[in-house]
Design a protein around this ligand. Sequence first.
Ligand code: 13P
Length: 244
Amino acid sequence: MTPLIAGNWKMFGLKAALAELEALKGAPRGGTEALVCPPATLLAGAAATLAGSGIGVGGQDCHKAPEGAHTGDLSAGMLKDAGASYVILGHSERRRDHGESDALVRAKALAAAGAGLKPIVCVGETIEERNAGREGEVVRAQLAASLPDAAPGGLVIAYEPVWAIGTGLTPTNPQIEAMHALIHAALKARFGVGVRVLYGGSVKPSNAAEIFAVAGVDGALVGGASLKAADFSAIIKAHPAAAA
Ligand code: 13P
């Protein structure tokens, strides 16, 4: 499976930030797939800036309906129309800030698939859940309820332990390996097909190579370190497939 290295810009970036994408275009990527998910206001600009580069753009959320009276929301079809090929769904910040449930994430994944977008569905435990030894149970339940009955085309899962996001903390390699093995096994049992499982949470140039070397890690979902082309391209370069 081609490794996917995706940047989630979250609520960061004005028009001037498109210059970072200009700089990213020339970075060597080898056999990796690179993706940038800017705020929706920059989606069309990012798609135009990256046109022809092979680097994709994605949204950070979509509504579950194809259109309708939903002030302030965006449909999957709108993201696609602006140039997106992927959409991040069920990020823990949306689950926290907007009370998104697994059932809503599932409905959004269906909407994304219906519009031809590949969903990147995020799962991950809190520190309390990990300290209680419940991380496997929590992530299994999130997977069970956040995904449609049939795997959407191009489905990607991002394992993002909530306690590793923006904290500089990362799980140990055996902890990452165990959770990725659990997620791969659950997806294989349910869908019968291989699905890429990304790791996310405090990935940076200094730890990327070590994380990419962990079995079952098919790429990364990078937050803060994706905002600067130099850092993001260093992370891409840290993947063994980048040299291919
Ligand atoms: P950081 O890389 O900033 O920890 O964020 C991870 C993340 O939430 C990506 O979706």
